[in-house]
Design a protein around this ligand. Structure first.
Ligand code: ADP
Ligand code: MG
Length: 695
């Protein structure tokens, strides 16, 4: 089924709207993330200006927005550039000056001919005993009054796009909103007193009072629900598809696993055992496994992955592990080595570094099955690498994989089981929207013997004495990560801040200080990291590159400068780099004077808990779902209309509803099914629609 014709107008370019030309299109794209009329309509107002207040001049209060009918008395054009032009107006009760900078006389006399009556709207200012209005927002003839004296929605903007431009375009766009068949459950919608989708789309762009802008308002809730329903439906369909693809039932054989366990210097935690059982039961069933393992940094996901791999290795299959970076791939390779050796399993690590003949040889080993375990970067699966018989793919995700990429994995083997490991715990609601197509396991327990990390909040003024104390600890064998903050999202300034700190610390501690940042070549980075891991370096100054998760158990101090600039999830990840060894660990969160309330709140949470799941829930509460983890590149879905911090209950309902819907009509063929297909198109869930086509 192709996209319903009714939606066509929404998928046209905004250039077909009044006031949007080829020049502004780039700006619109930047602002909206797309150039369709639909993208524009999903850009909802963040505020409004009420221009209905219409006082006489003498009664117009300072700083109020007012719409006034005036007579133009005279124009006093600027005598030279830089000085304002003034247009004197009156209404019988008083005089008001309209003030313009850089306006030429011709334009002024055309807009405001002396002797004419005009409607002006803008902010009133009482200035040096006079009443004035600088650059009125609107100027019109008396017959324009009704179009000026309105409530004007305010939109998020970008340089070069004014609110006026957006409003004009939106006004045009509203005319294109089609009537669509209801896809929601009518009883539920009635019970909620929600408007239809079309009514909601129109109303959301016409706020009348503050409550209209509330995320809880029925209009907004309706649209948020639609978006969440589309999300859940898409995931539900993908899941059905995954289920339909035949998996393989791996026999329950544990010789190799037991060989590994026997040689482990520790026992598995009960959480690890539980998760492994969940994985086993998936792998032993003939359905394909698509399972997510959530576990905090250091919770011990890697060994679980290795043990899961043995399920397929025992029966002659291959297993692969994909890491987000080259460093991590190498590190996984090193962790795996003793385990696999104990089980007599061969493994190779393949990254961009392997070139030429060496690479050819490795590829051959993958193809002929000699390599039983293959560890690599994501590139592993982008290239056309052929496996002999890939039974299990493990993705160490670190939030860089989307649903679609996961689906692509399906093509690499016959019914390959997929296990995704994610290090940043995310809130339950977000798990449902991001991973609703998967089963979820949680390793919610840390290996025993971990000493708690002491987290201290340090005001910037006290940084000197903190450095002194860090120095003492280095003398006693400590190793220190020193993270410098993101400065205005600029990699360049970032680097400058890190370099400045590096210079200061080098003056104090000499050659034992190293610097690593995002602009270094991979080999250079590895070199510095290795010197830190080996202990040649005691302090590693870094921009956030170390976030990606390097394991240096001897590192027991984490310093984060301007910690208030980081999100909770990021702070948590960074702190997780320490507390891995035998020594007691510290985390110093250095904050600047002007710290915001929210910033302070975040740091306090960090001081209070180390539990990633709690931190994730707090993060959602404090920041809202749209911003959580701070990133778009995270691979997590971002919503335009729904806010998970507020609409969590709607998500639960959407999930429930989806389940019922797909039980009754998994191919979306009934009348309501057709309407739901339209909903999927509306929220551009193209992957899900493809699964319908494939039947
Ligand atoms: P993550 O979940 O962050 O990937 P890792 O798998 O890297 O964590 O484990 C962190 C460290 O804890 C590793 O050195 C690992 O060998 C060790 N470890 C894993 N499980 C246990 C356990 N049950 N008891 C003790 N140490 C463990
Ligand atoms: Mg890991």
């Amino acid at each position: 089924m192709a996209r319903p014709f009714a939606l066509d107008p929404l998928f046209r370019s905004v250039t077909t709207l009044p006031g949007v030309g080829p020049k502004t299109i780039k700006l619109f794209e930047k602002l909206l993330g797309g150039v369709k009329i639909l993208d524009l309509l999903h850009h909802t107002p963040i505020d409004f200006i009420d221009r209905r207040f219409s006082p006489m001049i003498a009664e117009a209060p300072h700083e109020k927005i007012a719409t006034i009918e005036v007579r133009i008395e005279n124009i006093n054009a600027a005598s030279r550039r830089g000085l304002p032009s003034r247009v004197k107006c009156s209404d019988g009760t008083g005089v008001i000056d309209l003030v313009f900078f850089n306006a030429n006389k011709e334009w002024l006399s055309k807009q405001l001919p002396v002797g004419s009556i005009r409607i002006i709207s803008g902010k009133i200012e009482h200035y040096q005993g006079q009443i004035q209005m600088v650059h009125p927002d609107a100027i019109g003839k008396p017959e324009d009054r009704s179009s000026i004296e309105t409530i004007e929605p305010i939109y998020g903007l970008t340089a070069g796009v004014t609110n006026k431009t957006i409003r004009k375009a939106i006004k045009g766009a509203l005319g294109f909103i089609p009537n669509l068949d209801e896809w929601g459950d009518t009883a539920f919608i009635k019970q909620k007193s929600w408007p239809s989708w079309k009514e909601a789309m129109v109303e959301i762009h016409n706020p009348h009072d503050a409550s209209d802008l509330s995320l809880m308002h029925p209009t907004r809730a309706r649209l948020a629900y639609d978006e969440l329903l589309a999300n859940q439906l898409a995931l539900g369909l993908m899941r059905l598809k995954q289920r339909k693809l035949n998996g393989r039932a791996w026999p329950e054989k544990h010789d190799k696993r037991n060989a590994i366990l026997k040689n482990l210097p520790f026992d598995l935690t009960s959480a690890q055992k539980r998760v492994l059982k969940e994985i086993d039961s998936d792998m032993q069933s003939p359905l394909r496994m698509l399972r997510l393992v959530q576990g905090d940094v250091g919770s011990g996901k890697t060994i679980v992955a290795a043990l899961a791999m043995m399920n397929v290795i025992e029966s002659g299959g291959q297993a692969a592990l994909m890491a987000p970076t080259e460093i991590l791939a190498r590190q996984h390779g090193e962790s795996f080595a003793p385990w696999l050796k104990a089980a007599g399993v061969s493994a190779i690590t393949l990254t961009g570094r392997n070139k030429g003949i060496e690479r050819e040889a490795l590829l051959e080993q993958i193809k002929n099955g000699e390599a039983q375990v293959v560890i690599g970067t994501h590139a592993l699966f982008q290239e056309s690498i052929e496996f002999h018989d890939l039974g299990l793919a493990v993705i160490d995700e670190q939030h860089r994989f989307g649903v679609h990429q996961r689906l692509n994995l399906s093509n690499k083997g016959r019914g390959t089981d997929v296990l995704v490991m994610t290090a940043t715990p995310i809130p339950r609601t977000l798990t449902l929207t991001a991973y609703g197509d998967m089963e979820v396991s949680r390793i919610d327990e840390k290996p025993p013997g971990r000493k708690p990390i002491d987290t201290l909040l340090i005001p910037k003024e006290k940084i000197e004495s903190m450095i002194a104390s860090v120095g003492r600890q280095i003398a006693q064998g400590s190793r220190v990560y020193w993270v410098c903050p993101l400065v205005e999202e600029s990699e360049f300034l970032d680097l400058e801040a890190a370099e400045t700190r590096y210079d200061i610390l080098r003056d104090l501690f000499g050659d034992t200080v190293g610097l690593v940042h995002g602009r270094m070549k991979a080999a250079e980075k590895d070199d510095v990291m290795e010197r830190f891991a080996s202990g040649a370096l005691k302090i590693l100054v870094a921009t956030t590159v170390i976030e990606v998760g390097v394991n240096v158990p001897e590192a027991n101090i984490m310093v984060i400068e301007q910690a208030e600039r980081f999100g909770l999830a990021q702070l948590h990840q960074l702190r997780g780099r320490v507390g891995r060894g035998a020594e007691k660990s510290f985390c110093f969160l250095v904050y600047a004077k002007g710290i915001s309330k929210a910033g302070k709140e975040r740091l306090k949470i960090m001081r209070e808990t180390e539990d990633g799941f709690i931190i994730a829930e707090k993060d959602l509460e404090l920041r809202g779902g749209g911003e959580i983890l701070g990133t778009r590149q995270s691979g997590l879905p971002t919503f335009k209309l729904a806010d998970l911090a507020v609409h969590g209950d709607l998500l639960a309902t959407a999930r429930q509803e989806t389940k019922l819907l797909l039980e009754k009509d998994s191919a979306l063929e009934t009348g309501r099914g057709q309407a739901l297909r339209t909903l999927l198109y509306l929220f551009e869930q193209d992957q899900a629609i493809k699964t319908l086509r494939a039947g």
